[in-house]
Structure formats: C-alpha cells, structure tokens
Design a protein around this ligand. Structure first.
Ligand SMILES: Nc1ncnc2c1ncn2[C@@H]1O[C@H](COP(=O)(O)OP(=O)(O)OP(=O)(O)O)[C@@H](O)[C@H]1O
Length: 319
C-alpha cells in the first residue's frame, strides 16, 4: 500500500492555482523529499494531505484513507512537524510533550523523547516562550515522534537547527525509516535532503517537474559529476573516454578532468587513469542538488520520471 497517493490533485485559491493536477505516490517506508522554491505549492499539498484544506478537484489518500472524508483518522497516524508551529509561552517544553503524549494516548517516555531530540533536561523544564528557534524545532520534532507514527510529515524540519541538530535530525529520519515509518519532508535547504532521501519530487508553480532518485535525476540530465586527477604524467586518455557514462575527458600538464554523464562512471574512470599513471591527488565533485534544482525549476526540464513500481530501498547517506 502506498503511504501517500494523490490523483490529479488541484487546489485553487481564487485565480491562483497553488497545486495543479498533482499525481504523486510515496511508498511505505520511503524517505521522500518534497522540494520546490517559495510558492511552488508544497505547503498547500501538505495541508490537503493532512485534511486541513479541501482540494478543488482530484483527491488524495494517506495510509489508505481518503483525506477529505477520513482526515481525523489519517491525522491520528501521522506525526507532524509543521512549519512555524505555535507554542504556549507559559508551558514548559516537557509539558508540551506530555500533553501531546496524552492527546495521542501514547505511552512514550517524555524524557527519552527529549533526550532523543537533544533537548537539554534543564531547557525542557523552562517555559517554551523563551526557546530559541532551534529548541522549538527540537521540541516540535519530539512531538512529531510521539506514538511511533506510520507517517512523519516534516515541513522544513531543519529550519533553525545548528549543524549538530541537522545531523541529529538526519539520524532520527533514518531510524524512523528503519522501523518502517514513511518520512515525507519538504525543504528548500537542498543538500540536507540529499543526504537522507530515497527519492525527491521537485515542485514548481504547482506542478511536479521531477520525481526520482537523485542519482537518476543526475543521470537523466547527464550531470553525473566531475573527477579531477592530478598525475605525474598525463596518460593516453582514450581508455578513460571509453568508460561507459563518461562524457568528456580533458587534460592540462598534470591534471586529467573527467566529466561523467552517469554518477557510476566516476570510479571506473579514475581506475583507468590510475592504471596508466601515478595519481597524486584526486578531487571528486558530485553535481549539487542545488544546481539540479535550478535546472528543474527554471523550466528547462519538464518531463516527470515514471513512478517506480516499489519504493527504493532506504539508503543511509554519508555524514
Ligand atoms: N490561503 C491562501 N490564499 C491564497 N493564496 C494562497 C493561499 N495559500 C497558498 N496560496 C498561494 O498558493 C501558492 C502556493 O503556495 P504554498 O504556500 O503552497 O507554496 P510553498 O511551496 O509551500 O512555498 P514556501 O516554500 O514559501 O512555503 C502561492 O502562490 C501562494 O500565494
């Protein structure tokens, strides 16, 4: 069963088409990054999925239930970290969490959850009105994790987090996926998505303009990355050019530069160079998600890749 399925989902606000005929399937257990620039339609889609607003046409199912007719049942199985959620100034962080546990009738240990999100016990006992943005996000994440939800919906989860917090968030996302939860998060902080997502969907002006694994998106665009090898003497470059997926090979006096169309071509190309010369230094650049994102949202790429038949396996990225 799909965790999320939208069918020709459209949402209009007056003349503005916020979401335009969205067909999207996110499989159970997937970590899915929902990307797009400001105003692309991400929050509107999330609000429909949560049953907070009704679609103008088309529909959506979350965890097998229709979001317009069963929104309450759907929300009970979701852990939500909304963007810019409101806290009660006078309640402590711990009290917020205890209240969320009671509301969900869950049996989580609040202190364990606070520890998991790295909220200091002393901070947890202070009024949330004095929390920094990062503390608020950590508390919001703890609340989202209550009751081991089947689906985690995280709207800009890394917002306000320091690098340590971002790493912790990534680990939590992986742990949640490992226990079988689906994680759906929106972001425009792209390199953080890159490290944790199985697949990404890129929205622009209400439409899905790309949907695939990042490696596939890179391959599709012929931007698999660049290898730069500093060598003692430039070898014959033909064997390097012959590697499957290599697009271009150039050399200066002591540096061979290989541009790959396929990300998987980088290492074989490097091995060919190493076979024929002494490699003194290497630099490997993968195409950043940032440049992919720009490419897709400036309208140059319109094709949406086919949905996979089943979810890609959950892969842990590099830290
Ligand atoms: N309640 C509303 N009334 C009128 N227009 C709206 C409303 N909500 C969203 N829109 C419009 O719909 C479009 C999509 O907005 P949405 O908030 O879904 O984008 P987003 O991708 O989440 O952007 P951001 O990254 O800035 O949060 C925008 O043009 C926005 O102005």
């Amino acid at each position: 069963m799909a965790a999320i399925r939208t069918d020709d989902l459209t949402k209009r606000f007056g003349d503005v088409v916020a979401v335009d005929g969205l067909d999207l399937t996110v499989e159970e257990g997937e970590v899915f990054g929902f990307l797009g620039p400001n105003g692309a339609g991400k929050s509107t889609t999330i609000n429909v999925l949560l049953g907070f607003i009704e679609p103008s046409s088309g529909g959506a199912e979350v965890l097998g239930a229709d979001v317009t007719t069963h929104s309450r049942a759907v929300r009970e199985r979701i852990g939500l970290l909304p963007e810019g959620y409101g806290l009660y100034e006078n309640l402590t962080g711990r009290e917020h969490l205890v209240s969320a546990i009671e509301t969900k009738e869950a049996d989580d240990d609040p202190d364990e959850l606070l520890d998991r999100v790295g909220l200091d016990p002393e901070d947890a006992r202070r009024a949330a009105g004095g929390y920094s943005k990062g503390m608020q996000q950590r508390l919001g994440l703890a609340i989202a994790l209550v009751g081991e939800p089947d689906l985690l919906v995280l709207d800009e989860p890394s917002s306000g987090l320091d690098p340590k917090g971002i790493k912790l968030l990534r680990n939590i996302v992986r742990e949640e996926a490992d226990r079988g939860a689906t994680v759906f998060f929106s972001s425009h902080i792209l390199d953080q998505v890159e490290k944790v997502c199985d697949r990404v969907g890129i929205m622009a002006e209400g439409e899905l303009v790309a949907l695939d694994t990042l490696d596939e998106l890179r391959t599709e665009m012929g931007v698999g990355g660049v290898v730069e090898a500093t060598v003692d003497a430039v070898p014959d470059l033909e064997p390097v050019r012959a590697v499957d997926g290599v697009r271009d090979v150039t050399a200066t006096e002591d540096v061979v530069t290989v541009t790959c169309g396929d990300p998987a071509a980088k290492m074989p190309a490097l091995r060919r160079i190493d076979d024929a010369a002494t490699v003194e230094d290497i630099g490997i650049e993968t195409t950043s998600l940032e440049s992919l994102f720009e490419e897709y949202t400036n309208g140059e790429h319109e094709a949406v890749a086919a949905q996979p038949e089943k979810a890609a396996p959950v892969t842990g990225g590099e830290d």
